[in-house]
Write a protein that binds this ligand. Structure first.
Ligand code: 5AD
Length: 348
């Protein structure tokens, strides 16, 4: 019975790239291999077989926030905190560019020590090279986002984490869902390519809530969607919770690809961490982007412990790049040298 439903829903998605909540819920529950396969075809048709690579620089693990699931939360005093200096960040970015990366992703906890002038200087320096700059540094004011954009930043990643208000409020004490939405709106107004996404597998998160997240991605016409599966971190309030369901998160990637066919979707590190070969499995289910950690300092990588046993922390950038090339070969895909904007996928 579900088979027929699934088939009909997939046909509708292929025709109009739009689905209602019930249809999304059915795919998330029963989509199976047909869903994965259809999403893989849509990915191929709209973005090709190329995989965009991004170099990730996690420049500070200080954070003023208290998100229940995250190892960087301010109340975790077991973690060793580090903060790279401005010259260190710039030099790490230049190294990655020399190694062939055309997008630098600068990520940190919400570290109030970095003033906007400093952040702008970092962006300006990196933009002197032929590279796109993506920021992932949390909630800021319109004015701050504007200054960073003027400094040359191209993209911004800010996951909504969950679009369910009650769940959001529960896991993000002292934060406001409205402000999160305001940030995403401001980023869009300012002309950034906007990336958002959710955590899949939080306790009390229903399939219906995940369907609502996906509809939200469509509503704001996000340019990039990162979906991570929840992995419990022992030094957080959710340390004893179960990890999220890898297959459900993978199906969420596929459904997102069906309704936003030309966007960029990374195979996230959380997926690789939870399951061996997770990255390839997600790349075969609709994803077309991989972010590789560019830090030369292994200690920093270990200390950026959002969740435990993060995949790839013991490798250098060249090693991870070689590993990625190797595994992409196996699935007939290849790294593509490009800044990898969404409009590249539209033949732009
Ligand atoms: N498991 C998986 N992903 C997590 N993140 C934070 N904590 C965890 C966890 N325990 C994700 C959040 C954040 C991104 C940088 O890392 O979704 O946006």
């Amino acid at each position: 019975m579900e088979e027929i439903f699934v088939e009909n829903i997939l046909n509708k998605a292929l025709k109009c790239h739009s689905l209602n909540k019930e249809e999304i819920i059915t795919l998330l529950q029963y989509g199976g291999d047909k869903l994965i396969h259809t999403a893989d075809n849509v990915r191929k048709k709209y973005t090709g077989d190329g995989v965009y690579i991004r170099a990730l620089i996690e420049f500070s693990n200080y954070c003023t926030r208290t998100c229940y699931y995250c190892g960087l939360r301010v109340e975790n005093n077991k973690i060793h905190r580090y903060r790279m200096s401005v010259p260190e960040i710039i030099s790490a970015a230049k190294d990655a560019i020399e190694k062939g990366f055309h997008t630098i992703v600068l990520q940190s906890g919400e570290d109030s020590r970095f003033k906007i002038d400093e952040l702008c200087r970092i962006v300006e320096e990196i933009k002197k090279n032929d590279a796109a700059v993506t920021l992932s540094i949390g909630e800021k004011s319109f004015e701050e986002y504007k200054r960073l954009k003027s400094a040359g930043a191209d993209r911004y990643l800010l996951r909504i984490e969950t679009t369910n208000r009650e769940l959001y409020q529960k896991y993000h004490p002292k934060m406001s869902f409205e402000n999160r939405l305001r940030c995403l709106e401001d980023l869009r107004t300012l002309g950034y390519e906007v990336g958002t996404g959710s955590l899949i597998g939080l306790e009390e998160q229903s399939v219906e809530m995940i369907a609502e997240d996906i509809l939200f991605f469509k509503k704001i016409n996000a340019d990039m969607i990162g979906l991570g599966v929840f992995i419990p971190h022992p030094d957080t309030p959710l340390g004893r919770a179960d990890a999220g369901d890898f297959e459900l998160a993978r199906r969420a990637v596929s459904v997102t690809r069906l309704i936003l066919p030309d966007i960029n979707i990374p195979a996230t590190t959380a997926m690789e961490t939870l399951k061996p070969n997770g990255r390839l499995l997600v790349l075969s289910a609709g994803a077309n982007v991989v972010m590789l950690n560019a830090a030369e300092d292994t200690e920093h990588k270990k200390d950026y412990s959002i969740y435990p046993d993060k995949a790839g922390v013991n490798e250098g950038l060249e090693e991870s790049l070689a590993g990625l090339k190797n595994s992409l070969d196996k699935i007939g895909r290849k790294i593509i040298v490009s800044k990898g904007f969404r409009y590249n996928n539209r033949g732009g």
